[in-house]
Design a binder for this molecule. Structure first.
Ligand code: HEC
Length: 126
């Protein structure tokens, strides 16, 4: 059985926190996006209806405003303008930032995942 001691856990949290300050890697972000987000979100034009809204043109868009997509009331009411900063806060813990959101996702918590995915979104979803 794998057992993490408390100090090891604290160290990994600290390492994750210091990694946060670094620039994200968009190439790695693209891979992560495919694995973690792609099941629910499209980032290329597609006819397929996914569970979540298309993220094409996301940067600069106000939360809950993509026409033709039925958002939850909390997401519509949140009034977040999507940018590098707001995405980093939201994607770290979606349900804490927008309580009641129907995005069923716990957040990007490991290593540099958050920076990498946001770096990719800035490139691909502008
Ligand atoms: C299980 C499906 C699912 C996964 C996985 C998922 N999302 Fe979502 N996402 C949704 C849904 C559903 C919504 C609409 C939320 C609402 O209306 O409350 C949403 C909303 C969003 C929004 C707000 C969009 C807008 O138009 O305001 C962003 C940004 C977003 N997701 C990014 C991501 C990213 C990046 C990932 C991967 C790290 C991800 N999501 C993973 C389902 C998902």
């Amino acid at each position: 059985m794998k057992c993490l001691s408390i100090p090891a856990l604290a160290l990994s949290v600290l390492t994750a926190a210091s990694a946060r300050a670094e620039e994200g890697n968009a190439t790695r972000g693209a891979e992560l996006f495919a694995i973690r987000c792609g099941e629910c979100h499209a980032l290329v034009p597609t006819e397929d209806k996914k569970l979540g809204p298309s993220l094409i043109g996301l940067i600069g868009r106000t939360s809950g405003t993509l026409e033709g997509y039925v958002y939850s009331e909390p997401m519509k009411a949140a009034g977040i303008v999507w940018s590098e900063e707001t995405l980093k806060v939201y994607l770290a813990n979606p349900r804490k930032v927008v309580p009641g959101t129907k995005m069923n996702f716990n957040g990007l918590k490991r290593d540099n995942e958050l920076e990498d995915v946001v770096a990719y979104l800035l490139q691909a979803a502008g």
